[in-house]
Design a protein around this ligand. Structure first.
Ligand code: G3H
Ligand code: ZN
Length: 278
């Protein structure tokens, strides 16, 4: 069934477990995320980024498909709008029945980020939709990595109080779209943020983090773990292997299906890793 993000993230945070939040760029990813979660019987957050929505020419078709797939799932599936840069897109997602949104005003200065985020929180709260925001810009979205970016715990606590957001994405050595899994996270900072900030913490750019460091990040207080690039790597490698083995293939269902199978298995593997009890 379609779940609220709150019902997935809050128990995980209380019990010191992680929860997987996986980005879909196409329908094959949507079905793989759900099938991978069903295979291990674990709730999951399925997310669509503003960038992926631009690729599809709008939220409607892919957004409706994600919500419909979540409703039909055999495990709780929350549908989340990721890195929304416009309040209009947030409103559209709320109207489609999304469970939560991330409003990303992290490029703005502090005061403007607070003002814009608070307006989004007011709208979403009235519709029972959870809001995530980001403070201390996590680099890599534009191909420019900034692994030195850090979120200040005191400023983070103030930001949460001033905006009313339900969870917070932080910069702790993570960076988006890393092709290698060698990010060096600042675990002491994660623990300091956990102690200071009253809402669950979100790790973006988790594809660049090795398995054992993902586990450590969860142990130190991270809860929602966002993974995109890793799924695309696995999908593409499945497609490439299929087409290399069968160069005469013409039916997209054959090679896209090969990619989808690989993503399904990777989702199951990552969910077991992230939700393992301490
Ligand atoms: O919001 C999405 C995530 O931060 C994904 O980042 O592509 O580096 O895994 P990633
Ligand atoms: Zn992100």
């Amino acid at each position: 069934p379609l779940a609220s993000t709150c019902d997935i993230v809050i128990p995980a945070a209380a019990e010191g477990r992680g929860c997987g939040a996986f980005n879909a760029v196409q329908l094959e990813h949507v079905s793989a995320v759900i099938a991978g979660a069903e295979a291990v019987g674990v709730p999951v957050i399925l997310q669509l980024s503003h960038n992926a929505i631009r690729y599809h020419g709008g939220l409607g078709p892919i957004g409706c498909a994600a919500v419909a797939a979540a409703r039909a799932a055999r495990v709780p599936v929350a549908v989340h709008l990721d890195h929304a840069e416009s309040a209009d897109l947030v409103r559209e997602a709320v109207d489609l029945g999304f469970s939560s949104v991330m409003f990303d005003a992290s490029v703005l200065d502090y005061a403007d980020n607070v003002r814009a985020t608070r307006a989004v929180v007011e709208h979403c709260r009235a519709h029972g939709v959870w809001v995530e925001a980001e403070l201390g810009e996590v680099g890599g979205k534009d191909g420019v990595h900034a692994p030195g970016a850090r979120t200040d715990p005191v400023e983070a606590q103030r930001f949460v109080a001033e905006t009313g957001v339900d969870c917070l994405a932080v910069a702790v050595g993570n960076s988006h779209a890393m092709a290698t899994r060698d990010a060096r996270l600042d675990f002491a900072l994660i623990a300091a943020l956990r102690a200071q900030v009253g809402v669950p913490l979100v790790l973006h750019g988790s594809s660049g983090v090795a398995d054992e460091h993902l586990t450590m990040a969860v142990r130190h207080g991270m809860t929602k773990i966002n993974i995109a690039t890793q799924l695309n790597k696995v999908f593409t490698s499945g497609v490439r292997t299929y087409l290399t083995d069968q160069p005469e293939a013409t039916d997209p269902r054959k090679y896209l299906g090969a990619g989808r199978e690989r993503v399904t298995a990777e989702i199951s593997r990552l969910l077991m890793l992230l939700t393992a009890p301490a």
